[in-house]
Design a protein around this ligand. Sequence first.
Ligand code: ZN
Length: 430
Amino acid sequence: MTKTLLLGQTLGFCGNPLTGDWTEAVSYDSAGGVLIDGGRIVATGNGAALQSAHPDAVVTDYGAGLITAGFVDAHMHYPQTGIIASWGKQLIDWLNTYTFPEESRFGDAAYAAEVAGRTLDLALAHGTTTLTSFCTIHPASVDAFFEAAAARNMAVVAGKTCMDRNAPDSLRDTAKSAYDDSKTLLEKWHGSGRATYAITPRFSPTSTPDQLAALGALWAENPDCLMQTHLSEQLPEIAWVQELFPDARDYLDTYEAFGLLGARGLYGHAIHLEPREIARLAELGAAVVHCPTSNTFIGSGLFDLMGLAKASVSVGLATDTGGGSSFSMLRTMAAAYEIGQLRGVALHPAQLMWLATEGSAEALKMGGQIGHLGAGAMADITVLDLQSTPAIAQRAARATDLWDALFPTIMMGDDRAIKDVWVAGAQRQA
Ligand SMILES: [Zn+2]
């Protein structure tokens, strides 16, 4: 197979810059190279040295472009692509007004296929090479997403969203059908190509205890699947959970009691956590997913990133589209920075880039495989243009180092900053 060598500035990580000294977690080369063979990265290092060691490699030279791992979005809803940026509601009203009517359309396989393809193409255009998506209650919506991802050879995580109460009739399944449909879908898709199945109760208010128990049993029978849901996003939601589950110690306990808490669990939002919840998440190695544009857009609150990182909770980063207001992980990093500032913490660009790549991959238990610019990882790669608009270029022109050059793109960049994308060693756009 033909070897490919990408030349440019290279940025990768060899440690976690949230929990340690960020300077020791970074691998940066101003004249770096990434050697790809068979869809994987086989070497990184000095570009000229790699070129002379591998004269047969086909070279793409990005000049001053910044080569990084492709972005990994650890929580989003592809069926909500068409309703992104809908005005004026908080969580429960937002679901009832915008989300549920749109999700009702996904029993139509052709519509689901069209939106799935559109969403994945938008993701790639924004430099995101892995999406972790909720689908709808319709099995056709799951097939459509995995088929569209397979056609693009993208590593994705997804599952059938399960709801058997507090949702419109057209969007309710049952405990039994949720179990049966999820089982059929995970047997079909989990481990097929680059697909990973996630058992997906939307959140505890829309599942009866019977449904949560059925999904907990399914996870116990298929422990290598992931499990994704929502946790403690808004205060009225938490009060509602307390009403629905009067015996639960806290929100997390409504999952824990039914076998839905574990290391391969992904808990979106996790803003208003109790000390017991934080301790249990850390103890079990479960991951929470920070969705900053969604948190500000829907008015949910200020995620405690550094507090959770210090408590050894695994944290991924996500757009949460369409509750989130951008498909861009650059804009998502910017929102994480802004929320950090409101909590008195200025996140370093190295920490933001790590969250959008390695942090999300670790949350998905795919560390070293995706979101990683190093030998052995799949060659899912994004190349950033650090001067993509006149406003960014005039700021970057006075930069004194990589971080000073990169930060304006994090704060002001969008899909125009994506110079190129590689998926499993194949170039997506020129
Ligand atoms: Zn969500």
